[in-house]
Design a protein around this ligand. Structure first.
Ligand SMILES: [Fe+2]
Length: 288
């Protein structure tokens, strides 16, 4: 079993911070808290729930994710995870300076098998002032953590070894199509907090991150915003075979994609059985 209890936060690079500020608030419905959090002018901070922030957009032209923050329950859990990673030969170190910047009580950092920067933390700051979505959206987070991230990996067996064997994430199921097998992993009842698939042609990359809202109308209203504003839709509305989420996919200003969805299935580890699906979607999710 892993000490990780959920996806905590995501850091991204972007060359156009103002585009992200507009997209994050007016399309996604996140709250811009850069000023409230005294962020520097090189970073946009976005809030999705009671946590002080969930997304940090940093000025920079590197692709992919800057970092992914995985939450553990408390200091003993962080220490235990650090010891397990070190015993497995992973170079991991405590970083108090980074913890201060991320506004958490304790933080370890390392890289995964593909060199993606991971941060493990506990003690996220919860401000008194309430979360106010500029579009009236409520995101499904809490015990399920912040949606999920999807990575293209260059060495599937190394990724499986790191996330399943070393970190202890649990396999939910796989989807096999076009000769590749997508792996979906959970750390709490959310069907998956992480998914990855082999990508032979490109460098390791963040494919998308997913935000879940609590009402289908907020998926529809966001889709209206996407169409009205000319945001590039990358997959039409559809329902996934495995997690049963109704969602669509679009480009974000960092060049990766956002999956915006509703009604994701929950996993009960006491009764769950792994399946292998032969399609990603029951309907929809068409790419041009
Ligand atoms: Fe997804």
């Amino acid at each position: 079993m892993t000490e990780v209890v959920g996806l905590g936060y995501v850091g991204l690079y972007a060359t156009d911070l103002e585009a992200w500020r507009t997209y994050g608030t007016e399309v996604l419905g996140l709250q811009d808290v850069s000023a409230a959090e005294n962020s520097d002018d090189q970073t946009v901070l976005l809030r999705a729930d009671e946590r002080g922030w969930r997304f940090a957009i940093h000025r920079g032209d590197a692709g992919g994710a800057a970092y992914v923050g995985w939450e553990v329950a408390n200091r003993p859990a962080l220490d235990a995870l650090g010891e397990r990673l070190a015993a497995a030969g992973v170079a991991v170190e405590e970083d108090p300076d980074c913890a201060a910047v991320r506004r958490v009580e304790g933080l370890l950092r390392c890289t995964d098998a593909d060199g993606n920067r991971l941060e493990f933390f506990y003690g996220a700051r919860v401000p008194k002032r309430p979360f106010v979505s500029p579009r009236g959206v409520r995101f499904v987070t809490g015990d399920l953590g912040l949606g999920h991230v999807f990575f293209f990996v260059t060495d599937l067996s190394a990724a499986k070894e790191f996330y399943l064997d070393t970190l202890g994430f649990r396999l939910s199921d796989t989807i096999e199509f076009h000769g590749r097998k997508v792996h979906f992993l959970h750390v709490n009842p959310r069907h998956h907090s992480l998914a990855f698939v082999q990508n032979d042609k490109l460098a390791p990359a963040l494919g998308h991150f997913m935000l879940e809202v609590d009402h289908i109308d907020d998926v529809g209203r966001t889709l209206d915003e996407v169409n009205t504003r000319g945001v590039q839709l990358t997959e039409t509305l559809g329902r996934h075979t495995n997690d049963l989420a109704i969602s669509f996919f679009m480009k974000n200003p960092s060049g990766s994609e956002v999956e915006y969805g509703y009604d994701g299935r929950l996993v009960d580890d006491a009764t769950w059985r792994v399946s292998n699906y032969d399609a990603t979607s029951l309907w929809g999710h068409h790419r041009d």
